[in-house]
Design a protein around this ligand. Structure first.
Ligand SMILES: Cc1ncc(C[n+]2csc(CCOP(=O)(O)OP(=O)(O)O)c2C)c(N)n1
Ligand code: SF4
Length: 335
């Protein structure tokens, strides 16, 4: 435990105290080019902090790859390799096989956005899980293809507006539902799979530590708001992410060998409109178009269904995760 920092001149912390407040290990350095409030940037920092230094990362094409590595610069302090959009898991499989042949225990973490995971990289991911590679796959889920201009993906929620699912005469945003990727992952019966949200950093770190300590394939889906694509101010990113959990629209769960073993409980589920109304991508649901009310009801039914099937309602861990929020505010890990 570290004691609270002493205040120096004019209310400033002195340098020594500030140094102590830095994270013990930082895998993703500041100074990259993500937009302000980017959930992916925060999530990737938390993942690499928790995984520690003995890690090799692969990264599918997407925002995370682009904003961290504008050649010849890189914000990564870990061995990192960019793969094609569709084959982060395949490249990670090769790296892991080579490490195994050398008798090394370095952990491999494969990374991708939701487009690179739910859609185009899914075949490589499924193969990686089926072959039981010793890899943690992390999907940063911002619910669209953001890097190429906000096209809808298999992860885009029902009714959301993207450049390829615009609301209009034919439909009210995306016609189809968000793909239930975790259920498909569960069908691979891997040792551990979980969802998490950037609104709950301590929960992310716990899940990453758990996943990297397991010998075998593990999977983590992290809900990561994108201010640009969701049409939100950068300073409400975390609040919006928290509402996705507290409405039941993004269930935070854990699965072992395909069985549900843990959930983040919701004490007082919030109405989905609290979440939707903050985002420009859902603004057509708040017009006097007669279809708008129906769509809002539909989205509420989806949240209610999640609450029901995962038994999310209940007491338990402080859903506000104040410990984690404090740590992020301090800029580092203090265990
Ligand atoms: C085979 C192939 N198709 C399309 C592209 C163009 N492309 C690059 S990144 C990207 C979108 C990435 O979306 P996602 O995986 O969701 O990550 P995000 O940028 O949202 O983090 C696309 C379509 C590509 N690089 N390769
Ligand atoms: S477009 Fe979205 S995902 Fe990409 S860097 Fe900006 S906030 Fe992050």
């Amino acid at each position: 435990m570290q004691s609270a920092p002493k205040e120096g001149v004019a209310g400033q912390h002195n340098m020594e105290e500030l140094r102590k407040l830095q994270p013990r290990y930082r895998g993703l350095e500041a100074g990259h080019r993500a937009c302000q409030g980017c959930g992916e940037a925060l999530a990737a920092r938390l993942v690499t902090e928790a995984a520690g230094p003995d890690v090799i990362l692969t990264n599918a094409t997407g925002c995370l790859e682009v904003f961290t590595t504008p050649w010849p610069q890189s914000a990564w302090r870990l061995p990192w390799i960019h793969s094609l959009f569709e084959n982060s898991a395949a490249v990670a499989s090769g790296v892991e096989a080579a490490l195994k042949a050398q008798g090394r225990s370095t952990k491999v973490i494969a990374q991708g956005g939701d487009g690179g995971t739910f859609d185009i990289g899914f075949q490589a991911l499924s193969g990686m899980l089926e072959r039981q590679h010793n890899i943690l796959y992390v999907c940063y889920d911002n619910e669209a293809y953001m890097n190429t201009g906000i096209q809808r993906s298999g992860s885009t929620p029902h009714a959301a507006m993207t450049t390829t699912s615009p609301p209009g005469k034919e439909r009210m945003g995306k016609r189809h539902m968000k793909k239930d990727l975790l259920s498909i992952i569960a069908a691979h019966h891997i040792p551990y799979a979980a969802s998490a949200s950037v609104a709950y950093p301590a929960d992310i770190r716990r899940k990453v530590r758990r996943a990297v300590s397991i010998e075998g394939p593990t999977f983590l889906l992290i809900h990561s708001p994108c201010p640009l694509g969701w049409g939100i101010e950068s300073d409400v990113s975390i609040e919006v992410a928290r509402l996705a959990v507290q409405t039941g629209l993004f269930p935070v769960i854990e699965l072992e060998r395909g069985e549900l073993t843990g959930v983040m409980p919701i004490r007082n589920p919030r109405p989905v409109t609290d979440y939707l109304k903050l985002q420009n991508r859902f603004k057509h649901l708040f017009t006097d178009d007669p279809r708008a009310r129906k769509e809002r009801e539909h989205v509420q039914a989806l949240a209610d269904h999640n609450i029901e099937i995962y038994q999310l309602r209940g007491e338990g861990v402080d859903a506000l995760d104040t410990d984690g929020a404090d740590t992020v505010r301090r800029g580092g890990v203090v265990d």
